[in-house]
Design a protein around this ligand. Structure first.
Ligand SMILES: CC(C)(COP(=O)(O)OP(=O)(O)OC[C@H]1O[C@@H](n2cnc3c(N)ncnc32)[C@H](O)[C@@H]1OP(=O)(O)O)[C@@H](O)C(=O)NCCC(=O)NCCS
Length: 171
């Protein structure tokens, strides 16, 4: 792990493991943010499933964002990332992604992938900062819209470590 990442976070925001007691508040953000939100049951199942890392960002004792990762073999899938609309634009999403990317590497991942709505420019730009490039479409993945499939490879190499350290430096 690079020196830049040690304990650093957005000022006043703690990134910590997502625990069962956070589900209610996370679900509140989820329903405010997504047209077809995950149920609390899906979060429960995800938190106890193998090969997962789920994190929350907390400020003044209140969860303001969350994100998750599923690692299968050497492929790490970002399953979700969301920040409370009132807390956006302050680096919380970037911080969650940094910690998820590092967790992916720690869990043996060598590539990182996800699906994102084609129209979701903020998220696409965030993932682009992490070197993720569009490689294809999943038609009607969201029912009303296609998903763009994004990938970045060699996240376990030195070049990627440098990229993460640069992103940490921006916080
Ligand atoms: C995408 C999301 C998680 C970003 O969270 P955030 O905390 O506001 O993001 P940050 O402040 O950390 O910004 C990180 C990067 O995201 C991109 N970004 C964030 N908001 C943006 C916006 N409004 N327009 C364009 N790019 C944006 C930028 O690249 C930014 O970094 P940079 O300015 O240094 O380039 C947030 O907008 C969100 O929760 N959206 C709804 C849920 C969602 O769409 N999740 C992704 C599903 S695949």
């Amino acid at each position: 792990m690079g020196s830049g990442s040690v304990m650093k976070t957005v000022k006043g925001v703690e990134i910590r493991p997502f625990v069962v007691g956070d589900i209610e508040r996370v679900h509140e953000i989820e329903t405010a943010v997504y047209p077809t939100p995950w149920s609390t049951r899906v979060f429960q199942d995800e938190l106890s499933a193998p090969g997962r890392t789920y994190l929350v960002g907390e400020s003044d004792g209140r969860v303001i964002g969350f994100g998750g990762l599923m690692v299968i073999s050497d492929e790490a899938h970002i399953t979700t990332v969301a920040v409370d609309p009132d807390a956006r634009g302050a680096g919380v999403g970037k911080c969650l992604m940094l910690r998820l990317a590092e967790a992916a590497i720690d869990m043996g991942g060598s590539s990182l992938t996800l699906e994102v709505r084609v129209s979701n420019e903020a998220a696409r730009r965030l993932y682009g900062r992490f070197g993720m490039a569009p490689v294809g479409l999943r038609k009607r993945y969201y029912g009303d819209e296609d998903a763009l499939i994004m990938w970045v490879h060699d996240i376990d190499g030195e070049d990627y470590r440098e990229r993460l350290d640069e992103l940490w430096g921006e916080l």
